[in-house]
Structure formats: C-alpha cells, structure tokens
Design a protein around this ligand. Structure first.
Ligand code: HEM
Length: 148
C-alpha cells in the first residue's frame, strides 16, 4: 500500500461516517422529528454525532488537500477551473465552504433555539448539508477518470 492509498483509505472512511451520518439523520430521525414536531430527536442525534462528525470532516479536509497536492493541484491553481482535476477539487472546496456556512448558521442561530416553529428551517439545513455531502462523494468518484 502506498502512502497515497493509505491517505485515500482514511478519506473514504471519513466520507462514510460524514455522509452516512447525515443520510441516517435525514432519512430516519428527521422525518420522525418533523412528524412529532419534536426538536429533541434532532438535538439528541446532533449531540451523539457531533465529535465523530466534526472529526471526520476535519479528516476529509486534511486528506483531501493532501491528495490534491499529490495530483499537483496546489493552492496557486485553486479556483482556476482550468482542467478536469482542478475543477473537481475547486468545486469540492466551494461546497466545503457552503457546508461551513450551514454549520455556523445551525450552531449559532438554530440549534440553541430549536423549537417546533423553526424545526423546518433546521430540516432545510440538514437536507442541504446531506445533499452537499453526497455531491462531494460523487465528485470525488469522478477523479479516477480524470475529473469533470
Ligand atoms: C464531505 C466531504 C468529502 C467527501 C464526502 C469526499 C468523498 C470522496 C470520495 C468518495 C472519493 C472517491 C475516491 C475514489 O473513487 O477512489 C474522493 C476522492 C478524492 N477527494 Fe474527496 N471528499 C470530500 C472532501 C474533499 C476535499 C475537501 C478535498 C480537497 C480539497 C477532496 C479531495 C479529493 C481527492 C484529491 C480525491 C481523489 C483521490 C484519488 O482518487 O486518489 N475531497 N472524495
């Protein structure tokens, strides 16, 4: 196993936790919380998933940037959208930024005051982060064919 392969394995494990956790929340817990108008169902999940989820996101960023450098996509070429590889990595970075914006809004405004009135806004944020995660995964899978 090369070092790149090892880093890719960590990236894939972290993607499994990040995307899997959000799919579980979106498909299983969120519909229950909306049906019962019970924010505690979401809050309990967030509490259990927080450390695992945040560590997996941190690992995705570190390993992703590491592999991007292995492919010669360095910070000077980010957001040039010049080649297939560079386009995928830049798009992933933009989506990562969108994930941060959603996380900050959720942590600062919605999670501290989550009630049966703003639960729908929180549901929108959760679904957005889940869809972004799936998009990041699909984008990652295109890299072995040279990107988009
Ligand atoms: C939610 C965040 C992310 C998810 C779910 C994700 C998921 C994936 C997946 C599923 C692959 C496919 C690997 C394969 O087909 O063998 C991949 C590859 C890759 N990802 Fe990510 N990724 C994320 C974030 C990032 C970030 C932030 C970067 C860097 C800026 C990045 C850079 C890469 C690179 C360079 C590869 C290609 C590795 C290779 O084929 O050797 N990823 N990613």
């Amino acid at each position: 196993m090369t070092l790149h392969h090892f880093i890719l394995t960590i990236h894939l494990l972290a993607a499994t936790v990040w995307v899997g956790g959000h799919l579980l929340l979106s498909i299983s817990y969120l519909p229950k919380a909306l049906k019962k108008k019970d924010p505690k169902i979401i809050l309990n999940f967030e509490k259990k998933f927080e450390i695992l989820g945040m560590s997996s996101l941190a690992l995705l960023i570190v390993t992703g940037i590491w592999m991007a450098y292995d492919f010669g996509v360095t910070i000077e070429t980010w957001f040039d959208f010049s080649g297939g590889f560079e386009t995928v990595i830049s798009t992933k970075l933009v989506l990562l930024f969108c994930t941060f914006v959603c996380a900050i809004c959720a942590q600062l405004y919605f999670i501290p005051n989550l009630d049966k009135y703003n639960i729908r806004i929180m549901a929108f944020i959760i679904l957005t982060v889940t869809l972004i995660g799936v998009a990041m995964l699909v984008l990652g899978s295109t890299l072995r064919y040279g990107g988009i």
